[in-house]
Design a protein. Structure first.
Length: 99
């Protein structure tokens, strides 16, 4: 089993639509066993710009992490499609053991 974590910004877009929504639909379409999307209260990336959407007067959206897990073959098949839409984000994957 492989677990993948995607770190993106809520305001990232792909063909005019939110990247996080596109990825979730993509994962469902390709039969991935399960995925979850988490919104963060604050965070920053490689540009070191603090995203803090709850702050008074904040205009930017916050960070989102999408996590999905499935068999190696299924993850490796869908990963290139996911990477195609994640431009400024981070994609991390590692082996996990189901207990």
């Amino acid at each position: 089993m492989i677990e993948v974590k995607l770190f993106i910004d809520e305001d990232d877009r792909y063909k005019g639509k939110p990247v996080h929504e596109h990825i979730m639909r993509l994962l469902m379409h390709h039969g991935i066993r399960g995925a979850s999307s988490f919104s963060a209260r604050a965070g920053f990336g490689k540009k070191h710009h603090l995203h803090h959407p709850g702050a008074l007067g904040a205009v930017d959206e916050g960070p989102i992490m999408i996590l999905f897990i499935d068999e190696d073959e299924k993850v490796r098949a869908v990963l290139p499609l996911v990477k195609e839409v994640v431009h400024d984000g981070l994609v991390v994957m590692h082996q996990v053991q189901q207990v």
